[in-house]
Design a protein around this ligand. Structure first.
Ligand code: UD1
Length: 421
C-alpha cells in the first residue's frame, strides 16, 4: 500500500491551482442518470471517488467518455438500476444514485452503506424523504428496494418534507428525485453547502425548476424530462482550505488559483484569528504567515458555519499554535481518529466527549502514522510538514480519494514529499 514520506520543516511558497470539488462532482455525475441526452462536465478531478462513481454509472449502462478533467455521460440507455454492496461499501456517496434511478426509471436497488469510519452515518433521511414523495421502499437483505410503480403515471409525487437533521447528500438525493416528480416539492431544513448549490445550478441547466438552493428551503417544481447540459464543477473549498492551513503552519506564502473565498468565510476568519494573513482576489486566495500561530477554537456545524471536513486540519494547526484550543465536532460522532496519531507525533491533545482540548507544543517529531479517513489523513500530512525529521503517512489511498495530485502540488510549493510503496 502506498505511503507518503515527508521531510518536515520546509516553508511552502508559490502558487497552485485548486481542482473541481469532489463533493460537487459526485452528485452531479449521478445527476447524469436523470437526463435523456448527454451531460458534459468539466472540472472533474482525477480522484479515486470519482473513478468509483464513474465505474458505478458504467455498470448501469451510462456511456462515459473521459478526457482530462472533462467527462461526458450519456444515460439514454440505462439497463441496470442497482448499486451493489461492493460499490456502496467502498464509497458511501454511491447512495446518490438512489434518487435519480427511482425518479426516472421507477425502480432502484441500492445497498445500504455499511458502518463508516467516522460514525454510523445512517441514510434514514434519504429513505424517509423518498417515502414522503410516495415511493414504496423495503429494506431486504441489506438493500434498499424502491419503487414508484404504484403511483399515478409511475411518478414520484411532490410533497413538503422537513429533514430532521441537515444532510448534504440527503438534500441532494431528494432534490434530484423531486426534479422529475409530479408537482411541487418543498425541502425544509435543507443543506446550504456550496456543493448543493452547484448541483442545483447544473440541474437547472438540465431543465429542472429549482429555487432556494443555498437557503434552508428549496422548492422544486417537477418536470417531465431533463436533458443534458454543459457544466463546470465548482472549485474544491476543502482542498483550498487544506492548502491554506499548510501555508499558515509552515510559515510561507501560497497563492491558490481557482479558489473562492466566498465559500470559505468561516475558515478564513479562523485563519486570520490564528494570525495568518489572508488576501482575497477574484478567484484567488493568498495566505501568508510567519508560522507563529495562535490557538483557535473550532466548532463544526452545517454551512455556512465551520465545516467538519476542515476540523482535522485545524486540529493539526492547533497542535503547534501558541495556547490552548477547544475543537468541538458536532456533525459526526467519531471524527477524532487523527488525535491518536497526532499524539504519536508529540501533540498534546485530550478528548472529552465531542470536544478535543489541544495544547500547542513547541514542535512535533516525525513518526510513522496511519489514518482511517480522508480528512484525518490530510491533517497528518499537515502535521508532517512541520514535524522535525521524517513523517511517514501510511494508507494514503484515503488521500487519493479526495486530493488531486497531492504530492505534485505540495512539491511545487517546496515541500519535501514523496510517495513510496
Ligand atoms: C457530506 C460530505 C462529507 C461531509 C458531510 C458533512 C459528500 C459526498 N460528503 O456527507 O464530506 O463531511 O457532508 O458536511 O458530499 N444523517 C442521518 N441520517 C441521514 C443522513 C445523515 O442521521 O439519512 C446524519 C449523519 O450521520 C451525520 C449528519 O447527519 O451525523 C450529517 O451527515 P450528511 O450531511 O448526510 O453527510 P454526508 O452527506 O454523508
Amino acid at each position: 500500500m502506498d505511503k507518503l514520506i515527508i521531510q518536515g520543516g520546509q516553508r511552502l511558497n508559490g502558487e497552485i491551482t485548486i481542482s473541481g470539488a469532489k463533493n460537487a462532482a459526485l452528485p452531479i455525475l449521478c445527476a447524469s442518470l436523470l437526463a435523456e441526452t448527454p451531460l458534459e462536465l468539466s472540472g472533474v478531478a482525477a480522484l479515486k471517488d470519482i473513478d468509483t462513481t464513474i465505474k458505478l454509472l458504467d455498470t448501469m449502462g451510462v456511456k462515459i467518455a473521459r478526457n482530462g478533467d472533462k467527462v461526458s455521460l450519456d444515460a439514454s440507455e440505462v439497463a441496470s438500476f442497482e448499486a451493489t454492496y461492493e460499490m456502496v461499501k467502498t464509497m458511501r456517496a454511491s447512495i446518490l444514485v438512489l434518487g435519480p434511478l427511482l425518479t426516472r426509471f421507477g425502480t432502484a436497488r441500492v445497498s445500504l452503506p455499511g458502518g463508516c469510519a467516522i460514525g454510523s452515518r445512517p441514510v434514514d433521511l434519504h429513505i424517509k424523504g423518498l417515502q414522503a414523495l410516495g415511493a414504496a421502499i423495503h429494506i431486504t437483505h441489506g438493500y434498499i428496494q424502491a419503487s414508484t410503480l404504484h403511483l399515478p403515471n409511475r411518478r414520484l409525487q411532490g410533497a413538503r418534507y422537513y429533514m430532521d437533521l441537515v444532510t448534504v447528500t440527503g438534500t441532494e438525493n431528494l432534490m434530484m428525485a423531486a426534479s422529475l416528480a409530479e408537482g411541487t416539492t418543498v425541502l425544509e431544513n435543507a443543506a446550504k453547502e456550496p456543493e448543493v448549490v452547484d448541483l442545483a445550478e447544473c440541474l437547472i441547466k438540465m431543465g429542472a425548476k429549482i429555487t432556494g438552493a443555498g437557503s434552508d428551503v428549496i422548492t422544486i417544481v417537477g418536470v417531465e424530462k431533463l436533458n443534458g447540459a454543459n457544466h463546470n464543477i465548482v472549485c474544491d473549498r476543502i482542498e483550498a482550505g487544506t492548502y491554506m492551513v499548510a501555508a499558515a503552519m509552515t510559515g510561507g506564502e501560497v497563492k491558490l488559483n481557482n479558489a473562492r473565498a466566498d465559500l470559505l468565510d468561516a475558515v478564513i476568519k479562523k485563519l486570520r484569528y490564528a494570525g495568518a494573513e489572508v488576501k482575497v482576489g477574484k478567484d484567488t486566495i493568498t495566505v501568508k504567515s510567519d508560522g507563529n500561530l495562535k490557538a483557535v477554537n473550532i466548532r463544526t456545524a452545517p454551512h455556512p458555519a465551520f465545516p467538519t471536513d476542515m476540523q482535522a486540519q485545524f486540529m493539526a494547526l492547533n497542535t503547534v499554535a501558541d495556547g490552548v484550543a477547544k475543537v468541538t465536532e458536532t456533525i459526526f460522532e467519531n471524527r477524532f481518529m487523527h488525535v491518536q496519531e497526532m499524539q504519536r507525533l508529540g501533540a498534546d491533545i485530550s478528548i472529552d466527549g465531542n470536544t478535543a482540548l489541544v495544547k500547542g507544543v513547541e514542535f512535533l517529531d516525525g513518526a510513522t502514522v496511519m489514518a482511517t479517513d480522508l480528512r484525518a489523513s490530510a491533517s497528518l500530512v499537515l502535521a508532517g510538514l512541520v514535524a522535525r525529521g521524517e513523517t511517514v503517512v501510511e494508507r494514503i489511498y484515503h488521500l487519493d480519494r479526495g486530493y488531486e495530485q497531492l504530492e505534485e502540488k505540495l512539491t511545487k510549493l517546496g515541500a519535501k514529499v514523496r510517495r513510496s510503496n
